[in-house]
Write a protein that binds this ligand. Structure first.
Ligand code: G4P
Length: 534
C-alpha cells in the first residue's frame, strides 16, 4: 500500500515576489541601476545591454520608428529576474521623451519603489512628481543616493531635503565616507560593517566588507585616515540624535524611507539595495476594489490592466494589455471575465517578460505581470476576474501637463474625429476635454511623445488629418464637491470650464497662479489632479 505523506503531496511553495519600479529624474542613474540589478539577478550577462538599448532608442529622431520597433516587442516594459529565492518583477517607468501617462499608471501596479537621487542634485522635478503618484497609494520607497563617486552635496543636507520636500521620515541605513575622489565607501548602520570601495571608485576598484563592533572599531584605522574616522563617528552620532531609527512598519505604511548611498556606475551599494528590497519590501499587497479589498491569497484569479501597448504597424493591429495579477493562480488558456463589458475572454497566449526575451506564460501568480494580446478589447483600468463582478480602483486618469486644441483640416470629418478621440481616450492614449464655450476639442497628455502617438494614430487608424495648436491652458483639475456649489463655480467661470469624456467638470487653469486663486476663492470645492476612470 502506498502512503502519500503530507510532504510529498504538498504543492511546491510559490517563490516570494517583489514587484517594484524605479523612480528617478532623467540622468539620475535609473538605467545604470537597472542594469546592475539585472546583472545581479543573472538576467543579463554583460554590462551595457540595457544602456545600449536605451541609447539606441534615444538616438533615433524618428519616433514612429521607435514605436514601430517597439510595436508589441516591449521586452523592457517588465523585467523579471530571480535573486536569493525571490522573484523580482521590475516595471519600467518610461522617462525622458517617452514620459507619458503610462509612466504614472505603471506605479499603480507596483508594491514598492526605489527612488534614485543624484547626490549632486538632490530631489528634482520628475522625482517629485513620480513620488506623489506613489504617495497616493502609500507605496513604500527605498531611497538610493547615487553617484557618490562624484562630488556630492552634504549627505545631511540631502536627508533634510528629502524629509522636507517629500514629507517623509528619513532613516539612513548606510552612510557615506567621503565623496568624489575621496569616496571610501559606506558604513552599514544596520549590520555594523564598513563596505569599502578600494581605489576610490575608479574602474576596477575592489569591494570589501569589514565587520565592525561600531564606528570606533580599530579595524577601521587600517583602511581610513584618522580624519575620516573622526568624521564618521561624528556623523553617526548626529544621525542617532537627529534621524529616527529604521522602522519597517513605518516604511511599509509609506511614511519612512530607508536611505542607501552608493554608485550604480561602480556597482557599489547596488547589492545592498537589492538585499534591502528582499528584506524589507512588501510581498504583493492586497488591492482595493469597489466594495472590498482583494487579498493575494484568494483562490480565484483577479487582475487589472494598467497599460496597453498598441502596435503602430497598420497591418498588425494587435495590442498587448499589461495585466497585474492580484490574486489566484493564473493558468494559460483560462477564461477571464472583463468587468466593464461582462464579456469573457480566453487568454491563450499570455506573455511573460524577461530582460531580453519573452515567453508564453504557462502560469502566473499575484504580483506578476502578464501581457495579454488582444485586438483592442482590453482597456486601461479594466478588471479581469474568474467570474466575480468587481472593479479595482486606483488606476486613475492623471491631470494632463500638456493641453492642446485639436485643429481639424477637413471640417467634414468632425464625426470621425470625435469617434477617434473617444476611442483613444477610452484606451488611455489621451484625455479629451470639451470646453463649455467653443467648439474645439482639447486633448491632454503628460508627455510630448504621447501627443505624437495620438496624432499618428488618428491619421493612420481613423484616416482623419488633425493637428494640434497651443491652447491657452497650462493644466486641468477635476472639480469635486457639492453639486450646487459646482454649478455656481461653472456659471462664474464658463470660459475656463470643460467636461471630460465622462461629462465630469474640469477647471482649465491658465497658470499656477490662477489655479491657486480658484482654490482660494472656492474653498469648499476640491480641485483634484486625478480622477478614477469610469
Ligand atoms: P537615467 O536612466 O536615469 O536617465 O540615467 P543613466 O543610468 O542613463 O545615467 C545617466 C548618466 O549618469 C550616464 O552617463 C551614466 O553613466 C551616469 N551615471 C549613472 N550612475 C552613475 C554613478 O554612480 N556615478 C557616475 N559617475 N556616473 C553615473 P552618460 O555620460 O550620460 O552616459 P555614458 O556615456 O556614461 O553611458
Amino acid at each position: 500500500m502506498s502512503v502519500t505523506t503530507a510532504a510529498s503531496a504538498a504543492v511546491p511553495a510559490i517563490q516570494p515576489r517583489r514587484t517594484f519600479a524605479i523612480i528617478a529624474h532623467p540622468d539620475a542613474g535609473k538605467t545604470t541601476l537597472t542594469e546592475k540589478l539585472l546583472l545581479l539577478g543573472g538576467a543579463i550577462h554583460l554590462a551595457g545591454q540595457v544602456k545600449a538599448r536605451g541609447e539606441r532608442r534615444r538616438a533615433r529622431s524618428d519616433w514612429m520608428k521607435i514605436e514601430q520597433d517597439r510595436g508589441i516587442s516591449v521586452t523592457t516594459s517588465v523585467m523579471t529576474f530571480d535573486y536569493e529565492d525571490i522573484t523580482f518583477n521590475l516595471l519600467d517607468t518610461p522617462g525622458h521623451e517617452d514620459f507619458s501617462e503610462d509612466t504614472y499608471r505603471t506605479l499603480t501596479a507596483v508594491d514598492s519603489a526605489i527612488m534614485v537621487i543624484d547626490a549632486a542634485k538632490g530631489i528634482e522635478a520628475q522625482t517629485r512628481k513620480l513620488f506623489e503618484v506613489c504617495r497616493m497609494r502609500d507605496v513604500p520607497i527605498i531611497t538610493f543616493i547615487n553617484k557618490m563617486d562624484r562630488e556630492a552635496r552634504d549627505p545631511f543636507e540631502l536627508m533634510d531635503e528629502i524629509a522636507d520636500t517629500l514629507a517623509l521620515d528619513v532613516a539612513p541605513v548606510s552612510w557615506p565616507v567621503g565623496s568624489g575622489s575621496d569616496f571610501r565607501g559606506c558604513y552599514d548602520l544596520l549590520d555594523n560593517q564598513m563596505l569599502l570601495l578600494e581605489g576610490g571608485g575608479a574602474a576596477g576598484s575592489k569591494k570589501t566588507a569589514i565587520a565592525c563592533k561600531g564606528v570606533d572599531d580599530e579595524r577601521l584605522a587600517k583602511v581610513m585616515s584618522d580624519e575620516q574616522r573622526a568624521k564618521l563617528a561624528e556623523d553617526v552620532e548626529l544621525i542617532e540624535a537627529a534621524c529616527p531609527p529604521f522602522d519597517q512598519e513605518s516604511y511599509l505604511e509609506g511614511h519612512m524611507t530607508p536611505v542607501y548611498f552608493g554608485s550604480a556606475l561602480r556597482d557599489f551599494g547596488v547589492k545592498e539595495v537589492l538585499d534591502g528590497l528582499a528584506r524589507f519590501a512588501p510581498s504583493p499587497r492586497p488591492q482595493p476594489a469597489d466594495g472590498r479589498t482583494v487579498a493575494p491569497e484568494e483562490d480565484k484569479v483577479t487582475g487589472f490592466v494598467f497599460k496597453v501597448q498598441a502596435n503602430m504597424d497598420k497591418n498588425h493591429r494587435d495590442r498587448v494589455a499589461f495585466m497585474r495579477i492580484c490574486s489566484g493562480k493564473f493558468r494559460r488558456g483560462m477564461k477571464l471575465r472583463q468587468s466593464r463589458t461582462g464579456k469573457s475572454l480566453a487568454v491563450y497566449n499570455p506573455i511573460l517578460f524577461f530582460a531580453q526575451s519573452r515567453e508564453l506564460a504557462e502560469e502566473a501568480f499575484p504580483g506578476d505581470i502578464i501581457g495579454v494580446p488582444n485586438h483592442g478589447t482590453l482597456r486601461v483600468g479594466d478588471t479581469l476576474t474568474e467570474g466575480e463582478d468587481i472593479r479595482f480602483t486606483g488606476i486613475p486618469n492623471f491631470a494632463p501637463e500638456i493641453l492642446r486644441r485639436v485643429r481639424l483640416d477637413d471640417p467634414m470629418k468632425s464625426k470621425q474625429l470625435r469617434g477617434a478621440l473617444e476611442d483613444l481616450a477610452e484606451e488611455g492614449v489621451t484625455q479629451v476635454f470639451r470646453p463649455v464655450l467653443g467648439a474645439s476639442w482639447i486633448v491632454g497628455v503628460v508627455g510630448q511623445l504621447q501627443l505624437d502617438v495620438l496624432a499618428t494614430r488618428i491619421e493612420v487608424e481613423y484616416n482623419v488629418k488633425a493637428g494640434f495648436e497651443a491652447a491657452p491652458y497650462d493644466t486641468a483639475r477635476w472639480i469635486d464637491g457639492d453639486k450646487g456649489e459646482i454649478d455656481r463655480l461653472i456659471e462664474a467661470n464658463r470660459g475656463s470650464i470643460a467636461e471630460d469624456r465622462d461629462g465630469a467638470p474640469v477647471f482649465m487653469a491658465r497658470n499656477n497662479w490662477e489655479l491657486n486663486h480658484i482654490q482660494q476663492t472656492w474653498p469648499d470645492l476640491r480641485f483634484t489632479a486625478t480622477r478614477e476612470r469610469a
